[in-house]
Design a protein around this ligand. Structure first.
Ligand SMILES: [Zn+2]
Ligand SMILES: [Zn+2]
Length: 455
């Protein structure tokens, strides 16, 4: 069996690895590479193998950087099955449709400029039709149920990263590859903790935070409670930018829990995003992957709902929020304030010193979110300049990725690991983790793109 590392190699997006055994070829993930437009276009549209030669894809989870290039694969001739857990199937369908829509809008926007310059129009990377074709190929397999692909036997374990996320175990003739996918953290809200896979001859492991340590989750809950109490006392509004899938549910669940426990006052809360509303509906359909605490809450009512939490779909209702004068909380996309309804709320409240903006995720360079975190003022929102007077807070404990200590502890709980290849991390994070694991006597490499390893 060989593995060729093709994507999310010394970087974090575009997860894709090719496993070959005999004449069977499998892909682990087929994620979208995100970066500068021209690079992304080339990397996402040119596969280093004929897509028709792939027998099956094993999809670790529904994040775009893991599933987002499946429609291109199908468009270019892939005709096999895409195996994943049932929750991943439902979330991936939502995310792929949304991604096709974004591709469409991006190309329309770019083509307007190209038309002015007399250049021919671009085609989108894929269409909604391509996305639907890919969705039709998704085949759900629950955790712990074995499946057969050619000579390989596979099984998914819970990765504890997002709803439905899986650690993939593949065995051929007594040799085993374990692919961590994105690995979650112990004690994360809603979902169960990462499971420990069996012995591996080769472990392909993510290293997003290979050189960092996170705050514990509980500290995040306490910080959020402090901000909510303080802002409500001042009569301000609390804005929380959050990704629609995963982080929004973590936050609504936490707010619900804080309110239940009397840690924050009853304050109207609005999840202002159709996509987050749809994603939350999918969460509700998959209680089989909830942890014990969430199941207990479920038996008493909706863990993502409650008296004061409202899901907002229509634009009219979203606009009506701007007319409110009582304290309230808005959770809206996008997570880095680059687009979406959060921008309308920001424009309305950014100059109000009584209000608070709470970041609950990493803010990438060159985003509005990052400028706000860095204390830049004034900022541009919809091409107008605004002085920043609201209070900006940052809660870093909601990361869905294991940190260095958690990654090392997870490896330590496996019965045996022959060799580790680190992927899905910036080079410096991978190298630091490789040194750390190396000191523990585990052979660890950080592969280059295109490098092949024999198991
Ligand atoms: Zn992920
Ligand atoms: Zn990822």
């Amino acid at each position: 069996m060989t593995v060729t590392f093709l994507g999310a190699v010394r970087t974090v997006t575009g997860s894709m690895h090719l496993v070959e055994t005999g004449d069977t070829r499998l892909l682990l993930d087929c994620g979208l590479f995100q970066g500068r437009r021209a690079d992304a276009r080339r990397i996402n549209s040119e596969f280093p193998f004929p897509p028709s030669s792939i027998d099956a894809v094993l999809l670790s989870h529904a994040h775009l950087d893991h599933c987002g290039n499946l429609p291109t694969l199908v468009r270019q001739g892939f005709g096999g099955k895409i195996l994943c857990t049932p929750a991943t199937r439902d979330l991936a369908a939502l995310i792929l449709r949304d991604s096709a829509e974004i591709q469409h809008q991006d190309v329309n926007f770019a083509n307007k400029a190209r038309a002015r310059q007399g250049q021919p129009p671009l085609q989108p990377l894929y269409t909604i039709d391509d996305a639907e074709q890919a969705i039709r190929r998704l085949r759900p397999v629950p955790y712990h149920q074995t499946f057969q692909v050619g000579p390989a036997t596979g099984v998914f374990y819970d990765a504890g990263h997002i709803l439905g996320s899986a650690v993939t175990v593949l065995t051929v003739e007594g040799r085993t590859i374990v692919f961590s996918g994105d690995l979650g953290r112990t004690a994360a809200p809603i979902i169960r903790d990462p499971e420990f896979p069996p012995a591996a001859d080769l472990l392909i492991m993510e290293a997003t935070y290979g050189d960092r340590r996170h705050e514990p989750f509980e500290r995040g809950g306490r910080k959020l409670a402090d901000v909510v109490r303080g802002t409500v006392r001042r009569g301000g509004t609390i804005l929380i930018p959050a990704f629609a899938v995963g982080r929004t549910q973590d936050i609504t669940y936490t707010l619900h829990r804080l309110q239940d426990g009397g840690k924050i006052p009853a304050v109207p809360t609005f999840v202002d995003s159709p996509m987050a509303t749809d994603a939350t509906a999918i969460f509700r359909q998959h209680p089989e992957v909830f942890d014990a605490e969430t199941l207990a809450r479920l038996s008493r009512g909706d863990p993502f709902g409650g008296r004061d939490i409202r899901y907002v779909r229509s634009v009219e209702e979203s606009k009506e929020l701007n007319a409110r004068h009582d304290p309230f909380i808005v959770v809206a996309t996008s997570g880095m304030c680059e687009s979406g309804r959060i921008l309308h709320h920001l424009r309305h409240h950014v100059g109000d010193p009584q209000s608070s903006l709470v970041f609950v995720a990493f803010q990438a360079a060159d985003t509005l979110g990052r400028r706000l975190v860095d204390g830049v003022t004034p900022v541009r929102i919809f091409d107008e300049s605004y002085e920043v007077r609201l209070q900006v807070h940052r809660i870093e404990s909601y990361s869905a990725h294991a940190d260095r200590d958690e990654l090392v502890a997870w490896v330590g709980r496996m019965p045996r690991v022959g060799q580790i290849c680190l992927v899905h991390g910036e080079e410096q994070q991978c190298m630091a983790l490789a040194r750390h694991l190396g000191r523990r006597g585990i052979k660890t490499i950080v592969p280059q793109r295109g490098q092949r390893v024999t198991v």
